[in-house]
Design a protein around this ligand. Structure first.
Ligand SMILES: Cc1cc2nc3c(=O)[nH]c(=O)nc-3n(C[C@H](O)[C@H](O)[C@H](O)COP(=O)(O)OP(=O)(O)OC[C@H]3O[C@@H](n4cnc5c(N)ncnc54)[C@H](O)[C@@H]3O)c2cc1C
Length: 390
């Protein structure tokens, strides 16, 4: 498909939207990004970007910049919430792409992408809330301020509560998953090493890893809960609520939680993977198409993959329709499989009762001790997947 002269509107300046804008612009399309917020701003929280996400950033010409704002993650370590010692250690140093497991502050990655998008000549228009999208020969976009915009293609990268998704799939609302997550940053006074540590307890788990040259520690603390009673999807919370929820966690997790001063509580909401990812002139990607629980650390990585595959599928196609079809067929099954793996981790991390958990941990220890590389290879289809090579 010829890109020059095509007007493409990207809805949302998150990781997926910015990567998509850059990938399409690099192929010659005229792109504009519409973002509802008044600034490019991200929550103060960390992200794990795995080799599959790094491959896309490399193909976009951003590898060096990424490495300058992120740290290599050496391993993922599973621990029991009470006992000292490791249940399982997956060491990335044994992998050929060891340097491509990265720990990064979300705001730093979004700033890097926004800067690259602007330098490529794309206008990011802020305070542009999209109210509705209509799919047809051309996409019709109605803004909350009453303005209307037309485009050859509308890329809906507008996140979990996507308006673009509604144009293709009807108004299916996201549902509460029965889990909440506190997110906070604390100073790395304990000198935690550059690895992701997961402390597993009954009905809850705590993930911590350092960021920004080991100076701060990112915390994600997940707990099962019957309902989400608050309005909206996240709000600031009293750090004592977090400490109370994780009472019984000893040693390092307790020392980390003691330091929390500011914390936000998120309800974890989800949609099933969208049935339709495109129409005639509308396509969706990232959380708009397939929000996932964060237990494989893959939501942003999948959004990066989508962004690349959408641009690649369009550029190799005879018509836009063919390109959009190809995009969906290259992405849907993979997203479903990764999301199923993340759902499975929720169960593994939170297992009760105690004897079952103990038996599970012994099995994990044995598997890790006997064949740690094999365990990592089991996940290679997720982390080692390179959409830019196909
Ligand atoms: C606790 C937690 C930890 C996580 N950890 C990881 C991790 O380690 N690794 C990983 O890969 N993923 C992780 N994720 C998932 C990841 O954050 C998301 O999957 C990813 O941010 C999705 O990117 P996106 O661009 O699709 O959507 P978003 O980041 O949600 O961006 C959507 C953008 O669209 C804008 N927007 C929305 N509606 C409109 C509208 N109507 N008009 C205009 N603009 C609009 C929004 O303001 C926003 O800027 C985690 C998620 C959670 C909750």
């Amino acid at each position: 498909m010829e890109f020059s002269g095509r007007k493409i509107v990207v809805a949302g300046a998150g990781i997926g939207g910015l990567a998509s804008a850059l990938a399409l612009r690099q192929r010659g399309a005229e792109v504009v990004v519409l973002e509802q917020a008044d600034a490019i701003r991200e929550v103060g929280a960390g992200l794990q970007i795995s080799p599959n996400g790094v491959a896309v950033l490399r193909a976009l010409g951003l590898e060096r910049a990424l490495k300058s704002i992120s740290m290599a993650s050496k391993a993922v370590v599973l621990r029991d919430f009470r006992a000292p010692g490791e249940v399982l250690r997956l060491d990335f140093n044994t992998q050929p792409e060891a340097e491509d497991y990265r720990l990064v502050h979300r705001a730093d990655l979004v700033d890097l992408l926004a800067d690259a998008v602007r330098r490529a000549g794309v206008n990011i228009r802020l305070l542009q809330k999209i109210d509705s999208v209509e799919d047809g020969q051309r996409a019709q976009v109605r803004m909350a301020n009453g303005a209307e915009v037309e485009a050859d293609l509308l890329v809906g990268a507008d996140g979990l509560h996507s308006t673009s998704r509604i144009a293709l799939n009807g108004a299916d609302r996201p549902f509460f998953t029965g889990q909440v997550a506190w997110r906070a940053l604390v100073p790395n006074t304990l000198g935690l090493p550059s690895e992701a540590q997961i402390f597993m307890g009954p009905g809850r788990h705590l993930v911590c890893y350092p960021l920004r040259n080991d100076t701060v520690v990112n915390i994600v603390a997940v707990q099962e809960r019957r309902e989400w009673a608050a309005e909206g999807w996240d709000h600031s919370d009293d750090p004592d609520n977090l400490r109370e929820a994780f009472a019984g966690f000893e040693g390092t997790p307790r020392a980390i939680l003691e330091q929390v001063i500011d914390v936000r509580l998120w309800g974890l909401f989800r949609h099933p993977v969208a049935r339709r990812w495109h129409g005639q002139s509308v396509a969706i990607l990232g959380d708009a198409a397939h929000p996932t629980l964060p237990f494989m650390a893959q939501g942003a990585n999948l959004a990066l993959e989508d962004a690349w595959v959408l641009a690649d599928s369009l550029s190799g196609a005879a018509t836009m329709r063919d390109g959009l079809r190809r995009y969906q067929s290259r992405r849907r099954e993979r997203a479903e499989r990764v999301i199923a793996a993340a759902n499975g981790n929720a169960w593994k991390f939170h297992v009760r009762p105690a004897p079952v958990r103990k038996a599970g941990h012994i099995a994990l220890r044995l598997a890790g001790a006997l064949a740690p590389e094999r365990m990592l290879r089991r996940f290679d289809w997720i982390y080692g997947h390179d959409v830019t090579a196909t």
